[in-house]
Design a binder for this molecule. Structure first.
Ligand code: FES
Length: 168
């Protein structure tokens, strides 16, 4: 294994283990450790997952299963900001696919692709159904999106970035 956590990440994981470990298992810390690994290494590569598994004394298969279940984790490097466009039922009924298409056109990306600035992801419900269609970037919600506004939304995100790393 070639990767190591920084001193800061190691301290955070240690503090989380002290607080949340019950019955000897460190499973409650997996999500936070994966966020920290993604923040430090840019993606959850096999080596990054092995590091998380070894750090938390958990089987690789468990860590892999968690990392590949949630859409906020990525296995390959992405852009600085990830635009997650919801196309679940409420958003779909109010134009979510048209919004996703507008982001694809404006960014020159297909869903799942990245450039140096952005990764575009088709997302499940982000719990803002009353303001469908919507998207989330880092911790910033974009609500009541109309395709004609997508260009100005992207310009605003370039001026005022909301990187994934602000999550942890
Ligand atoms: S369906 Fe899009 S936020 Fe719930």
């Amino acid at each position: 294994m070639s990767l190591e956590f920084s001193a800061d990440a190691t301290r955070k994981i240690g503090a989380l283990c002290e607080r949340y470990v019950v019955s000897g298992t460190k499973k409650p810390v997996v999500l936070a450790a994966l966020h920290l690994a993604q923040k430090e290494f840019g993606a959850l590569t096999d080596d990054a997952l092995r590091l998380v598994a070894a750090t938390l004394d958990l089987p690789y298969a468990h860590v892999y299963g968690v990392a590949t279940f949630y859409t906020m984790f990525r296995r390959t490097p992405g852009g600085t900001q990830t635009i997650r466009v919801c196309t679940n039922i409420s958003c779909m009924l109010r134009g979510g696919y048209e919004v996703l298409g507008a982001f694809e056109t404006q960014l020159g990306l297909k869903k799942g692709e990245s450039n140096k600035d952005f990764t575009l992801v088709e997302e499940e419900c982000i719990a803002a159904c009353a303001n469908a269609p919507c998207a989330i970037v880092g911790t910033k919600y974009l609500l009541d999106i109309v395709p004609s506004k997508v260009g100005s939304i992207i310009e605003e995100l370039k001026r005022d970035p909301h990187p994934e790393s602000e999550v942890v």
